[in-house]
Write a protein that binds this ligand. Structure first.
Ligand code: HEC
Length: 111
């Protein structure tokens, strides 16, 4: 009985570790795609080229640029989205989960 309980506990711990691990691994790009269209595309363009109507005059970054992807870690990108940049506004309405999803989507824009 004790052994069974121990095993069950271990299985539960392993399962929760797996769940946390998955969360760390990155966001859901599909969910991120709709968040991106709502919060980012006006500046960065629907396909990330930086050609959104509000982004052109600001010089919004081309998010398809492989050099940008190589330079920024997921954490750095998340931080930029959270806090904004010099001309990019912050995104206080997005929680960490949503920001991770947006980062996952932005990674798919790389060309
Ligand atoms: C109002 C226009 C605007 C919106 C909306 C906007 N950005 Fe930006 N973004 C910019 C501009 C301009 C820059 C480059 C200068 C700066 O950092 O302000 C930039 C830079 C970036 C960079 C590059 C940072 C670097 O270090 O090179 C990333 C990544 C980025 N934006 C992602 C996003 C994402 C994801 C969203 C949506 C959650 C978003 N942006 C929304 C204007 C915008």
């Amino acid at each position: 009985m004790k052994a069974t309980l121990g095993l069950a506990t271990m299985a539960m711990v392993a399962a929760s570790m797996l769940a946390v691990g998955c969360g760390k691994k990155g966001g859901n790009a599909q969910n991120g795609a709709s968040l991106y269209q709502a919060h980012c595309a006006s500046c960065h363009g629907t396909s990330g080229l930086g050609d959104g109507p509000a982004g052109v005059p600001l010089g919004a970054t081309n998010l398809t640029d492989p050099a940008m992807h190589a330079r920024l870690t997921d954490e750095q990108m998340a931080e930029r989205i959270r806090k904004g940049g010099t001309k990019m506004p912050p995104n206080p309405a997005l929680d960490d989960r949503q920001i991770a999803d947006v980062v996952a989507h932005v990674r798919t824009l790389r060309r």
